[in-house]
Design a protein around this ligand. Structure first.
Ligand code: PHE
Length: 337
């Protein structure tokens, strides 16, 4: 019996030392000291032992019981203290930096451009991205057989709607509801069925500008674009008009800014490809047919309109060479701005 008691004692002590949960410790107590434990069983048998063995066995059993009880108590205190220490914040640990969001670079540039135009007297307006053929094409003097209306160029929606291909739609929406004079800019997203590459995306951003009043001229258009370029890219910006065609302006131009990186002095400039000029967008004088479609009198009013490619300006400004990065889900790009 002495051997068995000693074995029980050693086994139980080892288990108590290994346990690291209060719950498991309580289970050990029941198993080794409880009413149905082996130790209790042995103690109950003490009376049946021969008298000369009884005292030794009795004191071994009592000693084991005491040792286990002490070990259990100590372990319990230790585990309780550890749990409390864990619950107390360690003020020496480094903190968690709160996550703070920021504006997307295209959004903040659109806001910057909008505020430049606001200082020039323009009001910022909004228009829908889901449009109808009338506002995107017909009212803009774009005939049914124009290539831009092709299924391969425009995203048509079931039920007759489409995703606007240009912010020029907002010209119509504003003139339909506002008598002249008007002076608005409309930033927003546009969609075209372009194959995606480093300089084209099916979703991109423009700012539309429209100024209608008596005696507005092409010189006013140029002055406005020069003022914009000088504030957003380079204080020495010059603007160049190249003849172009848009159905809703006459005359129509594409306009370039002088290169803000090399100012025309680097034959190998990667921004202007050595030409000294960078294409920014299309513009022109509002076509009389557009005025007629919104009920303005083309004999009394003239106006200019322009479109700005927001991605273009952002790419020039930040030296970005791939338009796809703007809509990439990899935040390492956007976090730089
Ligand atoms: N909407 C034209 C485009 O997306 C740009 C433009 C705007 C041209 C206003 C003339 C006047 O290419």
């Amino acid at each position: 019996m002495l051997d068995e008691i000693e074995a029980l004692r050693r086994q139980a002590l080892a288990q108590i030392a290994a346990v690291d949960q209060l719950q498991a410790l309580e289970e050990l107590r029941v198993r080794h000291l409880g009413r149905r434990s082996r130790l209790r069983e042995l103690m109950a048998q003490l009376g049946a032992l021969p008298a000369d063995q009884r005292p030794a066995a009795g004191s071994a059993a009592g000693g084991a019981q005491k040792a286990l009880q002490e070990a259990l108590d100590q372990r319990k205190t230790a585990l309780q203290e550890a749990a409390e220490a864990g619950a107390t914040p360690d003020l020496t640990l480094p903190g968690h930096r709160p996550l703070s969001g920021r504006l997307h670079p295209l959004h903040s540039l659109a806001e910057e451009l909008s505020s430049i135009f606001q200082r020039l007297g323009f009001t910022v307006v909004d228009g829908p991205e889901i449009e109808d053929e009338y506002h995107n094409f017909d009212a803009l003097n774009t005939p049914a057989d124009h290539p831009a209306r092709d299924l391969h160029a425009t995203f048509y929606l079931e039920g007759g709607g489409l995703l606007r291909t240009q912010t020029s739609t907002v010209q119509i929406r504003v003139m339909e509801t506002t008598p002249p004079p008007v002076r608005i800019v409309a930033p927003g997203r546009c969609y075209r069925r372009d194959a995606v590459d480093a300089t084209h995306h099916f979703a991109f951003h423009q700012i539309e500008g429209l100024c209608v009043d008596r005696q507005v001229s092409l010189a006013d258009l140029k002055g406005t674009l020069v003022a914009m370029g000088r504030q957003v890219l380079d204080p020495q910006t010059r603007v160049r008009f190249r003849p172009h065609f848009f159905p809703f302006t006459e005359p129509s131009v594409e306009y370039d800014f002088s290169c803000s990186l090399c100012r025309g002095e680097d034959r190998g400039c990667r921004v202007c490809k050595g030409t000294g000029w960078i294409e920014i967008g299309g513009a022109g004088m509002v076509h009389p047919a557009v005025f007629t479609s919104v009920g303005y009198d083309p004999e009394q009013y003239t106006g200019f309109a322009f479109g700005i490619g927001i991605e273009r300006i952002a790419m020039i400004r930040h030296g970005i060479d791939d338009i796809r990065l703007f809509l990439d889900s990899d935040l390492r790009f956007t976090r730089q701005f």
